[in-house]
Design a protein around this ligand. Sequence first.
Ligand code: HEM
Length: 162
Amino acid sequence: MVSETIIPLLFRWIHFVAGVAWIGLLYYFNLVQVSFMKETDPATKSGVILKLLPRALWWFRYSALVTVLSGMALMMAGGIRNTAIMIGATLGLIMFLNVWLIIWPNQKVVIRMTGDATATKTPAPPEMAKHARRAYLASRTNFFLSFPMLLFMGASAHFPQF
Ligand code: HEM
């Protein structure tokens, strides 16, 4: 039956692709961008914040949304309800909430403050560092959560002993 074979396969495929886009950007932020920003000059830094970051964060948060929605659809369509997926999906959900409720709102403030400072040629307000720090800590948390999350995600279908 199509609803038992093709539909779950379609959801699974969408889920992988969106998950790769999301976690790929997460790894880029944590493994590449953070250290690059530490050692780059102020002009390049504001260029990255104003031109690169909004684009990267758009793909980041919407790929996170598609990953979670397709994951939930897959759970329902495939009737998947084992311990591994419950743990994996809970970790994924915490990571998703981190993206939408901590990383994005704080990065939005950083982008706005950097834009204002560049337009008026004044230094960015000191509280910008606080917002950047919060976003950074939530992103680091997601980086570390991604490892057990992916382990349990894969265990669901490939480690039935769990
Ligand atoms: C709330 C979030 C999530 C939910 C509800 C969810 C749900 C699911 C479900 C139901 C499966 C099928 C498991 C099975 O067939 O037994 C699955 C598989 C998978 N998920 Fe997620 N997932 C979530 C987050 C993520 C994230 C963030 C990633 C990141 C890449 C991801 C990557 C994968 C992969 C690679 C598989 C394939 C496992 C396999 O078939 O071997 N998932 N997910």
